[in-house]
Design a protein around this ligand. Structure first.
Ligand SMILES: [Zn+2]
Length: 463
């Protein structure tokens, strides 16, 4: 049995041209399952031929159209025939790129000769935007080597090695960053006064920030470097992710500012920032907005430190045989800690911590050495919690009230973003090491990919 695939082209003038693409043969009666239907190798060959014919036809028509002088309608003389190669998802195609002598009506001087090459003007890049986007998308999802292998397996795409996937991923990242910088630089309209009051009543954008550590390539001055990941959420908008390595980002605040603007934020609007007690994070939000920022300490990080105190206290109460003097008042104070902090009474929490510490110290003096180590650990944990509370005083709120109002109190969703952005591609299990620049760029593409921004017009690919 034999199949012939023929391609029929109809020009705009109605002229029909037919060419044979491939012929597929199989035994009249198939013997095995493998002989049923198309196979990958045939499909790749078919697609490559189809692409070449289609592309060459389009480019030839383009060149013919532009050979006619736009001013006087005369056919411009051919100077020479050259070729150009264009990489596509369906193979590298060599196209004819004829050069013409510009029409005399457009020559600046009778003796000067100007050459025009319409095809070179059309092919502004060495690859199609689609090939670049697919390579960047795969490169952001998996290792560059693996991405090249996947493309090579499934498509007749121009042979990609890991270097070309890396280059394209980086190129797309640079364009995403440039688009963000441009968006951030655009002066956003300040809301009108009545509108502003309405905006203050409405929910404000919430920025949730978290840091993640990435293993650095050998030879880098530090073993690990930090990436800042986060999510911007605002009612009525799809959440937007952002990530950056501060040391290599050209304008770190611009990336965050662009994300905020995308969420309907306008100059002067207040923003809420939830983070884990690293002062650099709310500071980044402040430099992005240049306006009021309500900083909130992440409840989860605070709660973990309360948990450490509770755990040591529980261990102390479980000692057998029970010590002579048990810090009973301290036990009650420990039980209240979580409640006090949840409801925004951090001063009372600090007072309670002071009482717990002094009672624990008494217990060390009054009891046998068996209790000593545990009581000392309690003192240390209390000191940790207290200094954490004091250094984050400005960012402690009535968590209960905010929680009951249905507003976020934790960066847990930002941590989810860290998992999606960093851990899935750069975690320790993958044994991968990164340069800060390489990581920063892959993060730009991953964030855009997860948000569904990668195909957007604002990110002009292969331009
Ligand atoms: Zn002319």
């Amino acid at each position: 049995m034999q199949w012939t695939v023929r391609l029929e082209m109809t020009t705009s003038a109605g002229e029909v041209k037919s060419t044979e693409l491939v012929t597929l043969s199989r035994p009249a009666i198939v013997g095995t399952l493998a002989e049923v239907g198309l196979v990958l190798a045939e499909t790749k060959a078919l697609l490559a031929k189809l692409q070449a014919r289609m592309l060459c036809g389009q480019v030839a028509a383009y060149a013919a159209h532009h050979r006619v002088c736009a001013t006087c309608g005369v056919l411009q003389p051919l100077k020479d025939r050259r070729t150009r190669r264009l990489q596509t998802l369906f193979g590298t195609v060599e196209v004819e790129a004829p050069r013409f002598k510009a029409c005399r009506c457009r020559q600046p001087a009778p003796m000067a000769e100007v050459t025009v090459s319409p095809v070179c003007a059309l092919l502004t890049a060495r690859c199609t935007p689609e090939l670049e986007r697919v390579q960047a998308e795969l490169g952001a999802r998996t290792s560059f080597r693996e991405a090249a292998r996947i493309l090579d397996t499934l498509l007749p795409a121009s042979r990609a090695n890991q270097e070309s996937v890396r280059t394209r991923t980086h190129a797309v990242a640079l364009r995403i960053e440039a688009a963000d910088r441009q968006a951030a630089a655009e002066v956003t309209a300040v809301r009108d006064a009545p509108d502003k009051a309405a905006a203050a009543d409405a929910s404000r954008p919430v920025v949730m920030l978290d840091g993640a550590y990435i293993r650095a390539i050998p030879g880098h001055q530090v073993r690990n470097f930090e990436a800042i990941c986060g999510k911007v959420e605002h009612d009525g908008h799809a959440p937007r992710r952002f990530a950056l390595v501060r040391s290599v980002a050209e304008q770190p605040h611009a990336l965050l500012r662009a994300a905020l603007q995308d969420q309907g934020w306008r100059e002067g609007d207040a923003v809420t920032a939830i983070s884990d007690g690293d002062f650099a994070l709310p500071a980044l939000v402040r430099s992005a907005t240049g306006g009021p920022v309500e900083a909130i300490l992440d409840w989860f990080h605070l709660s973990m430190r309360v948990h450490h105190v509770e755990q040591v206290m529980r261990g102390l109460c479980a000692i057998e045989p029970p010590p002579l003097v048990l810090p009973d008042h301290a036990r009650i104070d420990v039980e209240r800690l979580r409640h006090l902090l949840w409801n925004g009474h951090h001063d009372k929490a600090c007072e309670a911590l002071g009482r717990i510490t002094s009672e624990a110290k008494d217990a060390i003096v009054l009891n046998d050495p068996g209790i000593d180590a545990k009581a000392r650990r309690l003192v240390a944990r209390c000191a940790e919690l207290r200094s954490y509370i004091e250094s984050n005083k400005g960012a402690l709120i009535d968590y209960g009230q905010r929680y009951r109002a249905g507003k976020p109190i934790s960066t847990s969703r930002a941590e989810g973003t860290v998992n999606q952005l960093v851990n899935a591609r750069m975690n320790k299990r993958r044994q991968m090491r990164w340069s800060p620049r390489g990581a920063h760029r892959v993060l730009q593409v991953r964030a855009a990919l997860l948000d569904g921004r990668l195909g957007h017009q604002s990110i002009q690919l292969a331009a």
